[in-house]
Every structure is written in structure tokens, then in C-alpha cells.
Design a protein around this ligand. Structure first.
Ligand code: CA
Length: 222
């Protein structure tokens, strides 16, 4: 899950960004409206209304014009606000400064839950032998034990399990799990594969030399 934090005040953005990272989110920080609008697709936006360049309301409206991304507005105490106005700008919720991190986190989770419920495909559960993965709750268990994965490890495993036992090329994986704008090394894919093998079972993900990978049930028929 990727969160865009739009906040010009480092005394707010710094603890917020590190707190969210600790909770397992990937965080992009935008210190002004222009960089927020240039940030690209994310799963949720935390948007300060008082920005140095573009008014936060305008940023909200433009983000909403481009996508259905959930937006939580962060307002200074005393801002004239009502819920109807916020909805008109396209915001999903708001918090008032100063806010507690736990409160904000609860709002973030609630908004993400709401959005995911309305868009979750019926087949959120993927199963391969003793491996279960639920894309709705982002829960993975293997041999009856819950396995803690990072968001990218989870996305990678979910993608491989979409068509278990089929060979998936490195290109297909990079395009779908990272994104088409990924310019970094595909080494990052190998690192994630290695980590999944370590957390689950080494024989669960097969390397198909020169092509890509596939997931197989280690206990299944050969
Ligand atoms: Ca501000």
C-alpha cells in the first residue's frame, strides 16, 4: 500500500512519514502541491490544505479529477470546513491538527477498508496446497502458520498465485507488481523472490532459467 503524504511542515511530515513506514506502508512525501500532482498513482493521499504553492482544495479537486484515489484532508484547527464542502472537493475524510498518530492511522485503515470492500473481486482468496493468500485482508498463511510479508512481497506472491504453476516472465512481473514507470534494477525482483522463499519454502517458487518464475505446490504431484 502506497501513501502520498502532502505536507510542507517537516515537524509534521517527518514523524508522520516514519510512523506510516513503521506500519508497513510505502510512503511518498510531497512538500507542496506541484509535487503532489506529479507523484503518480498511489493507494491513498493525506493532504494538508495549507500548502506553499497551490491551495490544498485545488490540489484535492485536481487529484480527484484524475483518479478515484481515497483522499484524507488534514486541516489546521479553526479552518472553516464542513463535510459537504469536503465531499464536493472529493475528499473521503478529514483530520484536524494537531492529531494523534494512532487516530490518523485508524482513519487511514478505515478509508482503505471502505474502498477495498467496494472494489474487492469476489475471488479474493488464492490457495495452493498448504498456502493461502487473501487479497482482501492481505493475510497469508502457510502450513497453518501466519506469514508476515512486506507489501511488495505480498503483491508479488499474489501475482504469482493468480495463475499458479504457470510460468510468469520477469517483464510481466515487473510491469504488474512494480509498475510501467519502474526504471530501477530488476535485482529488486530477485531480492523479493529470495525473501519469499526464505519466509515460505525454498521449493515453492521455481526459477525458470532465462524466462521467469512460477509457484508450485511443494507437496503436490510432480
Ligand atoms: Ca501547511
Amino acid at each position: 500500500m502506497q501513501i502520498l503524504v502532502v505536507e510542507d511542515d517537516p515537524s509534521i511530515s517527518e514523524p508522520l512519514v516514519s510512523g506510516l513506514r513503521r506500519e508497513g506502508f510505502e510512503v511518498i512525501h510531497a512538500p507542496d502541491g506541484a509535487s503532489a500532482l506529479a507523484a503518480g498513482a498511489v493507494d491513498l493521499v493525506l493532504l494538508d490544505l495549507g500548502l506553499p504553492d497551490i491551495d490544498g482544495r485545488e490540489v484535492c479537486r485536481r487529484l480527484r479529477a484524475d483518479s478515484a484515489v481515497p483522499i484524507i484532508v488534514v486541516t489546521a484547527a479553526g479552518d472553516e470546513l464542513d463535510r459537504v464542502m469536503l465531499l464536493e472537493w472529493g475528499a473521503d475524510d478529514y483530520v484536524v491538527k494537531p492529531f494523534g498518530f494512532r487516530e490518523l492511522l485508524a482513519r487511514v485503515r478505515a478509508v482503505l477498508r471502505r474502498v477495498n470492500q467496494s472494489t474487492a473481486p469476489a475471488g479474493a482468496l488464492r490457495r495452493l496446497g498448504a498456502l493461502n493468500l487473501d487479497t482482501r485482508t492481505r493475510h497469508v498463511d502457510y502450513l497453518g502458520e501466519e506469514v508476515a510479508l512486506t507489501p511488495k512481497e505480498f503483491d508479488l506472491l499474489a501475482f504469482l498465485l493468480d495463475d499458479a504453476e504457470a510460468v510468469v516472465t520477469r517483464d510481466e512481473i515487473m510491469r504488474s507488481v512494480w509498475d510501467e514507470h519502474w526504471w530501477g534494477s530488476t535485482k529488486t525482483l530477485d531480492v523479493h523472490i529470495a525473501s519469499l522463499r526464505k519466509k515460505l519454502a525454498p521449493e515453492l517458487i521455481e526459477t525458470v532459467r532465462g524466462v521467469g518464475f512460477r509457484v508450485v505446490d511443494p507437496a503436490g504431484p510432480k
